[in-house]
Each structure stands twice: as structure tokens, then as C-alpha cells.
Design a protein around this ligand. Structure first.
Ligand code: 3PG
Ligand code: CO
Length: 554
């Protein structure tokens, strides 16, 4: 594999154990009372900032700097881990879909042709996906464009299966998106297209599980989208949201129970049948791989599908490059090649990658350019700590201690050159919008980092600690002037989503030569610059195709 051979670094020696920590959802943000990190007791991470000069800095983690369509787009874990794993700014799914819609190539590809044959022979077109303009997994304007595009291409019957968000956008905004969708459907109906919402539920309760944390989430989705069966039936989606909230005021957009829309006679308006077409409008993979398997795999045992209709199923993109899943898709996914894993394996580096279920695929699948397999079975160990299936503000420490312990053992064992972990807490608890719980989450992460920094200290290694995007660094929605926004009860409206904040990078450890610092010539650096940096820290020159290393040598 000479293609992936790397030269030895001229300053940093090889052979020191290397630790890379990703703090998920951990930005560097204004220090006020809604910054959970600032308010929490995080001595280890705070000491990195004030410690050795020029061994701590921030980098960009959002917008065009990481391959998102605009600088108004917050970062997310897919983009972040793709960039850190591959050393490049990768045009992300959201941008690729925008381009294809703009140029019209969306409607000229193989995927669209395959879809069209369904309605040309009388099938219904179903859309399933996250209903918001969060831009992390999907975007409403792209769904609207596709619905109108389908109608222009002869489709006469459309059903939409909605997953309410409240995680990448504020809680309660589902009503607004449903209203917008109903308007667009009304418009289609007035032009002679039979177009309706057919089923739905909250994204964390219905359909959008990830990394096989809880298949029952996907099973609930199957029952409402495909079978048209649910304990809750309503004549409109708006009625569903209103009545379900009346019945349980604690329910939020993320966790709406599954529901089915029925007509006046009580008959479901849009179960999925043979010869129908199903388009999954999410461009991001992690939370739609399982539902894609349910539609696509003949042999499937994760739950009883009861009925498995022979449909034409398409993803907005192909979600898994190793599994070729799904086999049909509208847009070819970004091709992420020459990843750090390919280089490091070709150079004999023994890797231990670890996180808990909720972020396990982030440090493996996303890291390796959306491939579910390993780069090299003999050199890599991937260790998953099972996540609990609960709302994480109830247990904000999550599995930080277990992850830290596993990584500590890996570092001290001498069996690995490179230990890579992701601590999920800042992000997963941050997404609940619960500030008090998120402070505890930050403290658990800090303790985990302490254990690992101490391990690096005792084995003479080198560490890099960074993050993929902001989240727990701001837990309040803001007015234009930056003041916290109050809801109609006078309380501060919680921010459940990621932030636009830059993220920290810190380096150190006894194995790091004292003349190695951060360069001050790369003020605009972003997540993709991290990769060349850690290749250097492992004693290699980075490949020339990578974004430049952040290091300088005094
Ligand atoms: C999620 O899927 O949980 C959120 O939409 C994004 O979070 P992540 O990008 O941190 O995974
Ligand atoms: Co997140």
C-alpha cells in the first residue's frame, strides 16, 4: 500500500502513545449563566486553556468552513467527524442536494427515473423524513421542491410521513412546519394532486433511531408509516400535535408518540403498498440506516414487519458506502477518500476507537467517511459501550466513566498506538435543553478527560483534545441583541440545538517535544485542519492533500 505511505515527521518522534478526545457538542462561547461549561466545575478542561502558552486555540466548526451550504448553518457531528477523519472540507449532503435541485440534475439521474416508474404505473409517492429546516438531517425547502418536482413529473398521489424535530430547531416549532407543509399540500391539491400527510411522530420516539440503540423506535415508525396502525388516530397532523399535547403537556416535538392520519370514516389515508415509491428525504445517514434496512432487506429480523410491501425505496443519498444502502438514491453521496484511517493503517498504527452507542458510529462510521466496516481488522479495535435508552437529562453522566476507563486501559496496555474517544454528554444532554443536567454532563466529561490525561502522563504519551461543534456552551435561545429569549410564561426559552461557536483544540503530554506549539499563521483554521495535526503528533508528515497542520516548531 505504498500509496498511503507516510514520511516520518522531522520533529515529533513516532512511538509515543497518542490520545485523541472528541468532546461532542462542546463549543467555546460567551461566558454567561447559560453556558453550561462555564457554570460547571470543569477544572481539567479549563486548565488546558490557561495552561501551556500556544497549546490551546479554537477552530471553526460550522458553516462553509466545514462544507455546509451557508455560514448560518450550525455544525453537526456528521460534518465534524467526516472532516476530522478525512483532513478535508467535504461538500456535505445538504449542499449536494441544493446543487442538484438548482441545476435540475436531481430529475435527470438514475434515482429519479427509478422512482418515477412507480407513479407511472399507478403507485403512490411517499416521503418520510425529519420535518424542519434544521439543516442537520434534512431541510423543508428540499422536501417542498421534491413534492412539486414529482407533481411536474406526473405524480398524482403523494403522502408525507412526518417526524417532528425540536432538536435541531426550537421545541414547539413543529406546528409552524406542519402549517407550512399543509399549505404546500393544499396548493398541490388545488392543481389536481391528491397530496396529504399520512402519519408521523417525534424523531426521538419514531423511526430515527441510530446505531441500533433501540429498534423499537423504528418499529413504531413502521407501524404508522407502512401499516397505518397506531393507538393515536387523528384527522390532521395539526390536530395530532394539539391533542397529544393536551393529553400530555410534558410531551415535546422530539418525543411525540406515533400517530396515523385517518379520513372521516376512520380509514388511514396513506399506508404503504406494493408498487408504491418511498423517498427518504434525510440526507444525513446515521438516523435513517435502520429504517432503510427495514424497507430494503428481504432477510430482516430486528422486528416483525407484519407486512413487507414491495416498494421502490430511495434515500436522498446512499447512506452507507460499505453496505451500499439503500441501493437506490437520488444524489450520489460525497465521496470521502484517503481518510486518516487508511493512512494510519497502511503505516501500521494500532488503533483503539471507543464511544457509547449514541456516538459510536461517529468515531467509526463518520470518521471513516461513512463506511460501516473497519479499515483494517488486524490493526483496529472498535469498542462500543452500550448507551442507556432514556432521556439523557435523567442520567447526565451517561457512560463517560466507562468510556474513560476503557480508553485508559487501552492507553496503558501498550497494545495501541492511537486511542480515539468521543464523550457524548455535552451534546446528548445539551439537546434536552436542561441546563442543570447539562452542567452535570460537562462535569462527567471533565472527569473522564482527567483520567485520560493522567494516563497519557503516566505512559509518556501525547494528547489532543478537541470537539466537533457547539451545544452545551449555550443553553438559551437568544434575541437579536444576544439577550436570552423568554417564552410566554416568562421563563428563558431553552436552546436544544447546536451552536455556531468555534471549538477548542488543546495539545500536550510528556511525549510532546517542548518546541511544538500552535502556529499563529492559520487564524481561520477549521475542523479539517485537525487531521494533519494529529498525524504530526503521531510522528508522521501529513499527506499534501490534507488541510494544513496547526503546528509550528519554535
Ligand atoms: C441528532 O441527530 O441527535 C442531532 O440532530 C444532531 O446531533 P449530532 O450532530 O451531535 O449527532
Ligand atoms: Co448533537
Amino acid at each position: 500500500e505504498t500509496e498511503f505511505w507516510l514520511e516520518s515527521h522531522s520533529v515529533i518522534p513516532r512511538g509515543k502513545p497518542f490520545l485523541l478526545v472528541v468532546l461532542d457538542g462542546w463549543g467555546e462561547n460567551k461566558e454567561d449563566e447559560y453556558n453550561a461549561i462555564y457554570k460547571a466545575n470543569c477544572p481539567t478542561i479549563k486548565a488546558l486553556r490557561t495552561g501551556a502558552p500556544r497549546r490551546w486555540r479554537t477552530i471553526k466548526a460550522h458553516g462553509t468552513a466545514v462544507g455546509l451550504p451557508s455560514d448560518g448553518d450550525m455544525g453537526n457531528s456528521e460534518v465534524g467527524h467526516n472532516a476530522m477523519g478525512a483532513g478535508k472540507i467535504i461538500q456535505q449532503g445538504a449542499s449536494l442536494v441544493d446543487d442538484a435541485l438548482e441545476s435540475g440534475s436531481m430529475y435527470m439521474g438514475e434515482g429519479w427515473n427509478y422512482a418515477k416508474e412507480s407513479w407511472a404505473s399507478g403507485g403512490t409517492l411517499h416521503f418520510i423524513g425529519l420535518l424542519s429546516d434544521g439543516g442537520v438531517h434534512s431541510r423543508y425547502d428540499q422536501l417542498a421542491a421534491l413534492m412539486h418536482g414529482a407533481f411536474d413529473h406526473g405524480c398524482k398521489r403523494i403522502r408525507v410521513h412526518i417526524l417532528t424535530d425540536g432538536r435541531d430547531v426550537p421545541d414547539g416549532s413543529s406546528v409552524k412546519y406542519v402549517g407550512q407543509l399543509e399549505k404546500d399540500l393544499e396548493n398541490l391539491r388545488s392543481h389536481g394532486c391528491d397530496a396529504l400527510i399520512a402519519s408521523g411522530g417525534g424523531r426521538m420516539c419514531v423511526t430515527m433511531d441510530r446505531y441500533e440503540a433501540d429498534w423499537s423506535i423504528v418499529e413504531r415508525g413502521w407501524h404508522v408509516h407502512v401499516l397505518g396502525e397506531a393507538p393515536h388516530k387523528f384527522e390532521s397532523a395539526l390536530e395530532a400535535l394539539t391533542k397529544l399535547k393536551e393529553a400530555n403537556p410534558k410531551v415535546n416535538d422530539q418525543f411525540y408518540p406515533p400517530f396515523v392520519i385517518v379520513d372521516k370514516e376512520g380509514t388511514p389515508v396513506g399506508p404503504i403498498h406494493d408498487n408504491d415509491c418511498v423517498i427518504n428525504i434525510n440526507f444525513r445517514a446515521d438516523r435513517v440506516i435502520q429504517i432503510s434496512k427495514a424497507f430494503e432487506y428481504e432477510n430482516f429480523s430486528a422486528f416483525d414487519r407484519v407486512r413487507w410491501p414491495k416498494v421502490r425505496y430511495l434515500g436522498m443519498m446512499q447512506y452507507d458506502g460499505d453496505l451500499k444502502l439503500p441501493s437506490h438514491y437520488l444524489i450520489p453521496p460525497p465521496l470521502i477518500e484517503n481518510t486518516s484511517g487508511q493512512y494510519l493503517c497502511a503505516n501500521g498504527i494500532r488503533t483503539f476507537a471507543c464511544s457509547e452507542t449514541q456516538k459510536f458510529g461517529h468515531v467509526t462510521f463518520f470518521w471513516n467517511g461513512n463506511r460501516s466496516g473497519k479499515v483494517d481488522d488486524t490493526l483496529e479495535t472498535y469498542h462500543e459501550v452500550p448507551s442507556d435508552n432514556i432521556q439523557f437529562n435523567k442520567k447526565p453522566h451517561m457512560k463517560a466513566a466507562e468510556i474513560a476507563k476503557a480508553a485508559q486501559q487501552a492507553l496503558l496496555s501498550g497494545e495501541f498506538d492511537y486511542v480515539r474517544v468521543n464523550f457524548a454528554n455535552g451534546d446528548m444532554v445539551g439537546h434536552t435543553g436542561d441546563l442543570e443536567a447539562t452542567k452535570l454532563a460537562c462535569e462527567s466529561v471533565d472527569q473522564g478527560v482527567k483520567l485520560l490525561v493522567d494516563a497519557v502522563e503516566s505512559c509518556g504519551g501525547i494528547y489532543m483534545i478537541t470537539a466537533d461543534h457547539g451545544n452545551c456552551d449555550d443553553m438559551a435561545q437568544r434575541k437579536k441583541n444576544g439577550e436570552p429569549l423568554l417564552d410566554n410564561t416568562g421563563k428563558v426559552a431553552p436552546l436544544t440545538s447546536h451552536t455556531l461557536a468555534p471549538v477548542p483544540v488543546a495539545i500536550g503530554g510528556p511525549g510532546l517535544p517542548s518546541n511544538v506549539k500552535f502556529s499563529d499563521s492559520l487564524p481561520k483554521a477549521g475542523l479539517a485542519n485537525v487531521t494533519a495535526t494529529y498525524l504530526n503528533l503521531m510522528g508522521f508528515e501529513a499527506p499534501p492533500s490534507y488541510e494544513p497542520s496547526l503546528l509550528a516548531f519554535d
